[in-house]
Design a protein around this ligand. Sequence first.
Ligand SMILES: O=C(O)C1=C[C@@H](OP(=O)(O)O)[C@@H](O)[C@H](O)C1
Ligand SMILES: C=C(OP(=O)(O)O)C(=O)O
Length: 428
Amino acid sequence: MDVTIRESAVAGTTQAPPSKSYTHRAILAAGYAGGATVHDPLVSADTKATMRAVSAYGGTVDRSDESAIAVEGFDGRPETPDDVIDCANSGTTMRLVTATAALQDELTVLTGDDSLRSRPQGPLLDAVGQLGGRADSTRSNGQAPLVVGGGIDGGTVAIPGDVSSQYITALLMAGAVTESGIDVDLTTELKSSPYVDITLEVLEDFGVTAEQTHDGYTVAGGQSYDPADGTYHVPGDFSSMSYLLAMGALAGDDSVTVTSAFPSAQGDSAIVDILDRMGATLDWDREDGEITVERSALSGIEVGVEDTPDLLPTIATLGAAADGVTRITDAEHVRYKETDRVSAMAEELTKMGAEVEEKQDELVVYGEDTSLHGATVDGKADHRIIMSLAVAGLVADGETTVTGTEHVDVSFPNFFEVLSDLGAAVER
Ligand SMILES: O=C(O)C1=C[C@@H](OP(=O)(O)O)[C@@H](O)[C@H](O)C1
Ligand SMILES: C=C(OP(=O)(O)O)C(=O)O
């Protein structure tokens, strides 16, 4: 589906969608437990993939209540799935439930869409192998489809940290229910480390202890997942908020207020600081969980996305509309997402008149003397590219058509309704 956005202003108050990362972990943790009720979950294409996996391993997932998901777990002992698990577009699902598959003796087959079947799984497959499990890529290229099983008992693994932190999350979550636990030794520096902090936070809330060590992380075996009161509450999503805050800073008429913005382990709350450094007038009331931002003249900055890869598309759009140079560094791992997001933003913003330079681990946006104009841009079947280009469309001269916009259902299903409700000129 194509969406056309005309240069227009936005104003008003909107609630941030629930966190995708916390929802995935809470649903799977409830699966590892006897069960739990997950309140305020994100129900999206990606989190539904994790729900499918929990069901495939013998849990049940009841979505009859709109604001809470009741999960009956498989209690640390996943069953052999009756069928292939389709992880669709969700890297988090595939990585997290690969480690679940390794816990049972028989084999599980995991697959996904074209994008997911081109993303790297090799280091995690290798880690399962080091633990004595079986983990193969059917095409022997380190990519899905995957065949995983073998009944791991725990042990020590050496794994790189610069491809995906989701491998570490997967091993810690599964490791807790192994016999002897898992020690993860990182062979290279960890990227996206706040996502492991989110994992540690969720594990703690489910009564499971895992911790950072000198060389990586460790989780003891023989633990049980058991959340206090059998419930878990999902906080708002700062990656999704980044589009709402960016549109307020670029196109706010009066101001835009985002609610459900409480502090948590999410690295992407750095968007508040990034906007502040770029010159945005904004205020974060942490107690009330509200961020208010006003239209502001922005200037380019240098920002590393080592810990916050999902912010790259948003920052690229901000940079294209800001004055001066925005240099986004430490970005190589952003190439391993739903699409290569460094190239995607370089290509598509260029179509809108931005001057952009792409390096292997950097994206440089030259905001000086350029102004954005409308164009037809390719959303690359990637939710974050689509939303970032839509935000750029609000400040581009004329009309911007973004293709393939249905893919926002991965993390922010009602994104275009929200955009419209805030007053943007959106045609679907
Ligand atoms: O664990 C998670 O919830 C995520 C980790 C990050 O991936 P990497 O660790 O692969 O960088 C992030 O990009 C992704 O959107 C969600
Ligand atoms: C990369 C993302 O998610 P995943 O790795 O779960 O596909 C994302 O949401 O931007």
